[in-house]
Write a protein that binds this ligand. Structure first.
Ligand code: SDX
Length: 435
């Protein structure tokens, strides 16, 4: 429970002279919050915070971000340590259960997840209803939402066992669905998951294997995949996680909630940025054109944003971007692509942007999306799959946050209010009297 800091109270005096006391609550680390739950009932006014720049929507124990210091913790562990020392399912276990698994629990969890990786065979027919050129995110959104039509035995959110089974199913099946969407788009047969492979190896196998020959998994690429998935697993109350929580607060089943999260993540301002970074680098084309694009990003009249830069919370370097950059180095080096022009261009763009006074003043640094696209493209993923991969990883975070919300005794249906600036009440005018 949030600690109520020795009953410290914030004073609020309204313009009409009324004065209110609102409790200040403290977490274990990070900013205190002013608890405004009683505000409307006692003063008849709402708070107003479009975009929620100053609003805490919930209490959580899963992820902590210090945007000024560029720190990201999952259950207290630094993302840099988790990315370096763990595999993806270890971090998934940590996010879901609150502790890193011991060897036996780690093996048991990996076994459980691997036994849920296959889909009901009837679901393969769902793919055939999509155009071959459908964006993989559209297919992912549709098929994940449809899971609730196949797994009724894990949609009762009041049953902890069913919540756990649905959580395992979502974590296990999202890579299978993602790779099926890719295979469908290129006209290749679906590749079934294999229980002898770990989560990242299986993902690469289902993505790139073909029945006609053996697919040899590169240890470097598998290691890089674990790291990329870990870096994207959870990130506090971002737009897509807040979407999952809001959908779940009505009691919607977890499959429908994750489908809503996928839809939100798809936006270019959020998870779609990695794909947008590659498009931007391709449009820039050469280092000589970087300055003109920086100038466009600085121009308030130009809607152009430098993709992969800036963040609502980080006003320092996104710690994930540093790990992503070193992972890009490793992958490109292992593939003999260290002189990849796109990577050189990205490094030069980053150098110029970080020296530019607009970016310095606005505290705009590279975020996790800036280097992920270059890395994924080097591994062989087409840009249309970048956000899909982000969704595969973030499913763990969505599921962990959804469970935390359902188990929170203070949880109620999310129902924000508004500042109404429309037309006040007026008499109805029959159609014959209009015009
Ligand atoms: C993700 O929330 C999360 O945690 C998200 C995420 C996660 O893991 O879930 O971290 C994943 O979504 C990373 C962000 C990926 N998106 C992009 O890279 C797209 C490009 N970035 C921008 O669209 C923007 O930075 C946002 C959307 C990420 C944040 O937008 P905000 O909240 O408006 O940023 P801000 O308030 O800090 O902006 C401060 C100023 C603004 O100018 P003024 O209104 O003060 O004049 O900086 C400007 C912004 O217009 N600005 C940019 C910019 N980003 C912000 N100017 C040029 N280029 C940019 N990229």
């Amino acid at each position: 429970m949030a600690m109520d800091a020795e009953r410290q109270m914030a004073q609020l005096t309204l313009s009409d002279g009324r004065s209110l006391q609102l409790p200040e609550l403290s977490g274990t680390i990070g900013p205190d919050v002013v608890d405004v739950r009683s505000l409307y009932g006692s003063a008849g006014v709402f708070t107003y915070d479009p975009g929620y720049t100053s609003t805490g929507s919930c209490e959580s124990k899963i992820t902590f971000i210090d945007g000024e210091a560029g720190i990201l913790l999952h259950r207290g562990y630094r993302i840099e340590d988790l990315a370096q020392h763990c595999d993806f399912l270890e971090v998934a276990y940590l996010l879901l259960r609150g502790e890193l698994p011991d060897p036996a629990s780690n093996e048991d969890f990996a076994y459980t997840i691997s036994r849920h990786t296959m889909l009901h065979e009837q679901l393969t027919y769902l793919f055939r209803g999509f155009r071959r050129d459908a964006h993989a995110m559209a297919i992912l959104c549709g098929v994940v939402g449809a899971l609730s039509a196949f797994y009724h035995d894990s949609t009762d959110i009041t049953d902890p066992h069913q919540r756990m089974v649905a959580s395992h199913r979502l974590i296990a099946k999202i890579p299978t669905i993602a790779t099926m969407a890719y295979k469908y788009s290129i006209g290749q047969p679906f590749i079934y998951p294999r229980n002898d492979l770990d989560y990242a190896e299986n993902f690469l196998h289902m993505m790139f294997a073909v029945p006609a020959e053996e697919y040899v998994i590169s240890d470097v690429l598998a290691r890089a995949m674990h790291r990329i998935l870990i870096l994207h697993a959870d990130h506090e109350q971002n737009a897509s996680t807040s979407t999952v929580r809001l959908a779940g607060s009505s009691g919607a089943n977890p499959f429908a909630c994750v489908a809503a999260g996928i839809a939100s993540l798809w936006g270019p301002a959020h998870g779609g940025a990695n794909e947008a970074v590659i498009s931007m680098l391709q449009e820039i084309g050469d280092v000589s054109r970087v300055k003109s694009f920086i100038d466009r990003a600085r121009d308030p009249a130009d809607p152009f944003r430098l993709m992969g830069f800036g963040h609502r919370v980080y006003k320092n370097y996104d710690p994930r971007a540093r790990v992503m950059q070193s992972t890009a180095h490793e992958v490109l080096g292992a593939l003999g692509k260290e002189n990849e022009p796109m990577f050189r261009l990205a490094r030069e763009l980053e150098r110029i942007a970080l020296e530019d006074d607009y970016f310095v003043e606005k505290k705009l640094y590279p975020n996790v999306d800036f280097y992920s696209g270059i890395t994924l493209q080097a591994i062989g993923f087409p840009p249309s799959l970048f956000t899909v991969l982000f969704a595969v990883a973030r499913t763990v975070g969505w599921v962990a946050q959804w469970n935390e919300m359902i188990e929170d005794p203070a949880q109620r249906i999310g129902r924000p209010r508004q500042l109404y600036t429309g037309v006040p009440e007026r008499p109805f005018v029959p159609i014959e009297d209009r015009g």
